[in-house]
Design a protein around this ligand. Sequence first.
Ligand SMILES: Nc1nc2c(ncn2[C@@H]2O[C@H](COP(=O)(O)OP(=O)(O)OP(=O)(O)O)[C@@H](O)[C@H]2O)c(=O)[nH]1
Ligand SMILES: [Zn+2]
Length: 329
Amino acid sequence: MTNRYGEHDQEHYERPRRRTRPRTKERPTYDDAVDGVVVTVDRGRYTLLVDGRKVMAMKARPLGRKGVVVGDRVRVVGDVSGNDGSLSRIVEVTERVTTLRRTADDDDPVERIIVANAEQLVIVTALADPEPQPRLIDRALVAAFDAGMQPLLCLTKADLADPETLLSTYRSLGVHWVVTERGGDLDAVRERLSGKTSVMVGSSGVGKSTLVNALVPTAHRDVGVVNTVTGRGRHTSTSAYMLELPGADGWIIDTPGIRSFGLAHVQPWTLIEAFPDLDEMTEDCPRGCTHGDDEPECGLDVAVTEGTADPERVSSFRRLLAARSVSVY
Ligand SMILES: Nc1nc2c(ncn2[C@@H]2O[C@H](COP(=O)(O)OP(=O)(O)OP(=O)(O)O)[C@@H](O)[C@H]2O)c(=O)[nH]1
Ligand SMILES: [Zn+2]
């Protein structure tokens, strides 16, 4: 008997003890993390706003290759004092409500997310100098609808040309619009931006900086070096940056250097969901119908023939559909 107990004791004491050390693969919890929002990204360094302070941060290791973009709501640990030389770590990225992607280009073959959580896409187009580019506007509209963002057409330089021609192209799509001109007031713009996060896109020279500077008087100081231009007239940084509107009345994100949007992933059935009235008319479409011009039995054609759909709205929708695959370069 003693022998048995002895054996038992021996087994008990000599068995290798389980280590209580936490496994390295387990994610640490960050009880001390604080909330921040990413306002710009520059070569792997992130500028955040934490409690109204500008704080520099890097990605913490557990985030791995996960991207962090302007507009991301994040959790940060470490030095969030915002003092010179301080650096904090982003340990968590809150699930995104919307994402805007830029297209693949010569330098980078992958479509990438550039902005997160914006509710509105402000498509800035000059009415003249430079001439409007309807194809770019259409592509931006597709990007907005696909991302679940509300599009806003912002037509600048109305002192140079009449907006009516351009507006007539978009009226049947029901897109909101505002018109600005040199020296004009910006009340209509402010009203549309109020309380939201908006991301502004538009070709070089359409007047985006002019607009941002008028809306956010401290913009120049806030943006600092990010928006510097090289001798060749191109932005050194292609990163977007986010600014708070005066009176904490929303956020505006500018996207210098973004020439076009990644639309390769956009499917016809996602796009048509942005037009519930048209979507309803595609219920009897043949399987796999893309609702394009060349579809033989598309419900949209039936609806136009029967007079239940506005032909202009249908053709505008189809123009957007086609804009997905139009090259802009
Ligand atoms: N006539 C007229 N000119 C304008 C208006 N708004 C801006 N401009 C001029 O258009 C030019 C381009 O304006 P910016 O604000 O620099 O344009 P941007 O879109 O920021 O251009 P990038 O910085 O190259 O991206 C400047 O010379 C502005 O003074 C306007 O409403 N009317
Ligand atoms: Zn169809």
